[in-house]
Design a protein around this ligand. Structure first.
Ligand SMILES: [Zn+2]
Length: 373
């Protein structure tokens, strides 16, 4: 059975730039065979010997090295890749040379490298890179910078969607170019893969056509296909931008509502605290009515944090409540009771009330605490 290498050759001479793939159709193969000689390409690293074009009844048409010939081509790398790359370069060159005012160079040296295809137009140069092997997005950027020292534009034409640089372009820019070569029709096509739709997850679309549907401009490759793709990408980016703005506005509105709700809740809590404090003060004033003048006429405003003051004011009104009741009913000896009331009237610190008097539940506790002061 013929291996991969055996269906490719160049026409008529070893240094020919015309690659050919053996047609599977026997009639087509015979038409090719009578018109040409077939060689292993020296430009692609082959031995250059003339190949036999075998068109038998059993095997599909294929090329064969003559017996005894040793050939390095195919030992490393893919023979199909090399012949296909050559066919694509030729197709691009023929296409560019046919454009009025344009000439094409292949493998043209630029700063620290070579471009695959350099098109020289009336007043600009454009580089086209045909990429079949794996290439990182970083390497693509570095090479693009180098080619841009000479060319006005660099377009990468990927032969496979599995190449990282293709994926990077698609992710970053929203579109990336593809290239195909069809041996049977001898046709080269350029296409564009692009991200469309308005969902977070993009919809991958593709459009393209033969080289005749594309042209070179000062801005690089151009076609109806590419313009349609760029329009879709711009629409998608605009939609995503609007969505991000809407989301940010909704989040800001929500945050503002929450601040308003929190502020209202704080004001509500403060109002409730204030009402309670006023209630304590009111109760405090009622105590002086039915005891004698030794009961302190004035109760100081308590000092401390709002929370401490409210707590201490509650303790004070509770303690003075039962002290007042004992004195008013003469259950407690006035000589013992009024000095305690005087002492309590000197305590302005909310912290003092909380620390020393929070556990006082009755007159007994109070006398005990007073004795230890
Ligand atoms: Zn060879």
């Amino acid at each position: 059975m013929p291996g991969e290498r055996d269906i490719y050759a160049v026409l008529d001479s070893a240094d020919s730039e015309q690659p050919v793939s053996a047609p599977a159709d026997r009639n087509a193969a015979w038409r090719l065979k009578v018109a040409h000689t077939f060689h292993c390409s020296t430009a692609l690293g082959g031995c250059g010997t003339e190949l036999t074009f075998a068109i038998g009844d059993v095997n599909i048409p294929h090329f064969r090295h003559r017996s005894g010939v040793t050939c390095a081509l195919g030992v490393s790398g893919s023979v199909a890749d090399r012949y296909t790359h050559l066919a694509i370069q030729n197709a691009l060159r023929d296409w560019i040379n046919a454009m009025p005012g344009f000439t094409c160079g292949l493998e043209v040296s630029v700063k620290e490298g070579r471009t695959d295809v350099l098109a020289t137009g009336p007043n600009f140069e454009a580089a086209l890179e045909v990429q079949r092997s794996q290439l990182s997005g970083t390497a693509r950027s570095e090479r693009t910078s180098r080619y841009l020292t000479r060319a006005a534009t660099v377009d990468w034409l990927f032969e496979s969607t599995g190449i990282d640089a293709f994926k990077t372009e698609l992710a970053v820019r929203g579109w990336s170019l593809r290239i195909w070569w069809g041996w049977v029709k001898q046709e080269c096509r350029i296409g564009v893969s692009y991200h469309a739709g308005e969902d977070t997850e993009p919809e991958l679309k593709a459009a393209g056509g033969p080289l005749e549907q594309w042209r070179l401009t000062a801005g690089g490759l151009d076609s109806e296909h590419l313009r349609k793709a760029k329009y879709a990408v711009a629409g998608r980016q605009e939609a995503l931008r609007h969505r991000r703005e809407d989301e940010a506005a909704a989040a800001a509105e929500e945050a503002s509502d929450k601040r308003r709700r929190d502020a209202a809740a704080r004001r509500g809590a403060l109002d409730a605290d204030l009402a309670l404090y006023r209630q304590y003060e009111e109760q405090l004033r009622t105590f002086s009515a039915d005891v004698d003048s030794r009961w302190p006429a004035k109760w100081p405003a308590l000092s401390g944090s709002p929370k401490q003051v409210l707590w201490a004011a509650g303790l004070r009104v509770k303690i003075l409540g039962f002290l007042h009741e004992e004195l008013a009913n003469d259950w407690l000896d006035a000589e013992r009771g009024y000095p305690i009331a005087q002492w309590l009237a000197e305590q302005e610190s909310a912290k003092y009330w909380i620390e020393h008097l929070r556990d006082v539940r009755d007159t007994f506790d109070l006398l005990h605490e007073y004795g230890h002061r």
